[in-house]
Design a protein around this ligand. Structure first.
Ligand SMILES: [Zn+2]
Length: 169
């Protein structure tokens, strides 16, 4: 049986190891060693260290997976957020808010009432002031729609944040 002359990786003691052995226990310090073979040389390595390195690698991998899951989640949220955006009269995109809905409803109602008062004072035909009602109706419809969107956005945002929190914990 061919023997390899190696050294213990922990205490440096000389060891004689069968050429085909994969594991050996040091006679001096009792460390369990793994016999590593490369093309040209053989050496020993403490098994505990190998286990520690493997553990570290699997932790790094877990961390990387977590990172990429969070990035995926963030990306899909950004896309979803775009779909919620409402366009203002000035053409700006913004997140739907309850305040916006109330503002839209109130301002169109006031404008509609003013129109009705104005048209009535002018002595315009009866259908003229009634246009004001159509205007108010459209405004309220818009306000309800923005309000529903704001609720929807709020729920989606919370779901996203709690998912993200779970991923990171
Ligand atoms: Zn040793």
């Amino acid at each position: 049986m061919k023997l390899l002359a190696l050294n213990c990786n922990q205490c440096g003691a000389p060891l004689e190891v069968p050429a085909k052995a994969k594991y050996v226990t040091c006679n001096f310090c009792s460390t369990q060693l793994s016999v590593q073979h490369t093309d040209k040389v053989a050496y020993t390595e403490a098994i505990e260290e190998i286990q520690e390195r493997t553990r570290q690698m699997s932790e790094d991998l877990k961390y990387l997976k977590k990172q990429s899951a969070v990035e995926d989640l963030d990306r899909s949220w950004r896309r979803r957020r775009e779909q919620f955006m409402v366009r203002s009269n000035q053409g700006e995109l913004s997140i739907p808010r309850k305040g916006t809905a109330i503002g839209v409803g109130a301002s169109t109602t006031i404008a509609g009432l003013l129109w009705m008062g104005f048209a009535a004072n002018m002595g315009a035909p009866a259908f003229f002031p009634l246009f004001g009602l159509v205007f108010i109706g459209a405004g309220i419809f818009g306000a309800v729609r923005i309000n529903a969107k704001a609720d929807d956005f709020h729920h989606s945002h919370r779901a996203y944040l709690s998912k993200r929190h779970k991923l990171l914990s």
